[in-house]
Design a protein around this ligand. Structure first.
Ligand SMILES: NC(=O)c1ccc[n+]([C@@H]2O[C@H](COP(=O)([O-])OP(=O)(O)OC[C@H]3O[C@@H](n4cnc5c(N)ncnc54)[C@H](OP(=O)(O)O)[C@@H]3O)[C@@H](O)[C@H]2O)c1
Length: 287
């Protein structure tokens, strides 16, 4: 199957290539810049893929607040161009979205049918991107994930890992909850999805796809430190427990945006790894 993966050097695409061993044409922003949406159409028309996996996104939630135009080009307009291509060429589209399409008002885990109501610019552009896919494509899967981590790049786990090694003061807020998700595990699920699609199945719809354990930021930080200690990287650690309005970066985020993932786990008969096991697998690459 002729597969294109956008976002070549991002953590999810790297996990697809290296941890899920997905054979595909990996494309970076240097080759196709989503800031020029017409370039996306040009590229796709040239190479005619049968399946597109979009791991590209404007992911800097803080910067997006003052740069909505760029976030819109990358997260909405370019996604619209991919959707149009898929529609016209009967191609499949796997698109990745986020828990930040929700406002966090719901006290139980969000299901795929819950209404979206993003609180920040990034979340708004990701929601509009989803709408582009749903309105233009027939053969699509939107995978909403959350708190993605790996040993690639600048994600939350890597920030904590490097700060702990440097001996910086570590803070963890205890009033924000989510499902931390290993990019390796998400990549493996995408690879299973690709297998089904290549056997002729059409898997259509929105799927919540995150790690199984709900965690506060504080608990996530603690788990990272605990694994680092067990692996002999540090001898002790100290985390300052805090609340989010004391460590604010100016972006409004949902307090509780946890996922009900029953739809995807039933589809694939998935057995979940624990959060600790997933963190261990990532940190093993850093030891
Ligand atoms: N990180 C999270 O916590 C999180 C949570 C929920 C959902 N998500 C979603 O999961 C997906 C994967 O995220 P990630 O964490 O792997 O992101 P990431 O590591 O930040 O990678 C995003 C990639 O997007 C590509 N990109 C950025 N600007 C571009 C442009 N102008 N043109 C074309 N490509 C561009 C870049 O690819 P190149 O470097 O190859 O140029 C970049 O590496 C995204 O859809 C994101 O919204 C992430």
């Amino acid at each position: 199957m002729n597969i294109v993966v956008f976002g070549k050097n991002g953590q999810l695409a790297q996990s697809l290539r290296n941890q899920a061993n997905l054979d595909a044409n990996y494309v970076s922003s240097a080759e196709v810049d989503f800031m020029k949406p017409s370039r996306v159409s040009e590229f796709l028309n040239d190479i005619s893929p049968e399946l597109i996996i979009n791991c590209s996104a404007y992911t800097n939630v803080v910067a997006a607040e003052n740069d909505e135009e760029s976030a819109h080009k990358i997260n909405v307009e370019s996604v619209g161009k991919i959707s149009e291509f898929c529609n016209l060429n009967n191609a499949h589209f796997i698109h990745i979205s986020t828990e930040l399409v929700f406002d966090g008002e719901k006290k139980q885990p969000y299901t795929e049918d819950d209404p979206t109501n993003p609180l920040n610019v990034y979340g708004k552009t990701k929601m509009l991107g989803e709408q582009m896919v749903v309105n233009n494509c027939s053969k699509y899967a939107i995978l909403r994930t959350s708190w993605l981590y790996s040993h690639y790049g600048e994600n939350f786990l890597m920030k904590i890992f490097n700060a702990v090694l440097k001996g910086d003061q570590i803070y963890g807020v205890n009033d924000r909850f989510g499902n931390p998700t290993s990019a390796f595990e998400l990549a493996r699920i995408i690879s299973k999805l690709v297998e089904k699609i290549s056997k002729g199945e059409n898997i259509e719809g929105v799927f919540h796809c995150s790690g199984s354990e709900v965690s506060s930021r504080y608990n996530f930080v603690k788990m990272i430190c605990e694994v680092m200690k067990e692996k002999g990287l540090i001898s002790s650690y100290k985390i300052e427990e805090s609340v989010s309005n004391l460590i604010s970066d100016g972006v409004t985020r949902p307090e509780n945006a946890t996922f009900d993932c029953n739809k995807i786990t039933t589809l694939f008969d998935l057995r979940d790894k624990t959060l600790k096991n997933c963190i261990e697998e990532v940190i093993d690459y850093l030891v």
